[in-house]
Design a binder for this molecule. Sequence first.
Ligand code: ZN
Length: 260
Amino acid sequence: MQYDLPALSAAVLFLGAVLGLVFGSALGCLVRRMGRHESWLRGRSHCDACGHTLAPKDLVPVFSYVALHGRCRYCGAPIGAEAPVSEGVLGAVFAAVVWRFGLTLDTLEAFVLCCCLFCISLSDLETREIPDRFPVIAGISRAGFLLLEGAGWPGLWQSLRNGIILGGTVLLISLIMDQILKKESMGGGDIKLLFVLGLYFSLPECLLLLILACVSGLLLVPAVHRHGEVRIPFGPALSAAAVLTMLFGQQAVTWYLGLL
Ligand SMILES: [Zn+2]
């Protein structure tokens, strides 16, 4: 991923944010339907309380929620804030990506990764599972972009090596933890996700990602704390860490190495 960013107008950042909101809304709907084993494409969105089919004006990301004061237009039932909050997060992330990488291939690659991480986080929060298809898409996308950028076989190999090192190291640690705690410390889906994230980053960035994942995991515990059960949501924590590493990893590593 490259450094020099062209001067970007506020309009481009705004367009990035709007794109993020739109993808956040569409992907949020996709993940919810997947969780309920409904068809992805067929069937109109409807209110969970009254079943009324939602009109386009009810489906504008974030704005419909705010305009309707968080209630269904037809029956007045309260609507959860999860959808607008997650849409807003993806909008902000897309704007940050445009700010960081400008109008480049890197931005497109980052958009694909962010969309996969968004679906992974929502699935993990909703069903506590990470469907294989999202890490697989992220992995294939990485290979495709490496080839497009002309990294060739050496680039692919280096990426694969980093994935194996990151995924393998955490797998080893989690197996040892399983023995000590006498229960599963980390799910298989989390390990697979780590392997895929390793494909995207240099080894120093992978280390940074692990540190950030631990911090964000602990910060997210209160957010998913329900029914007295403490659970670290690794999917969202790893996703947050990956986005931060993507945006600031190179700078952080350069700064740290400068200190030594
Ligand atoms: Zn309703």
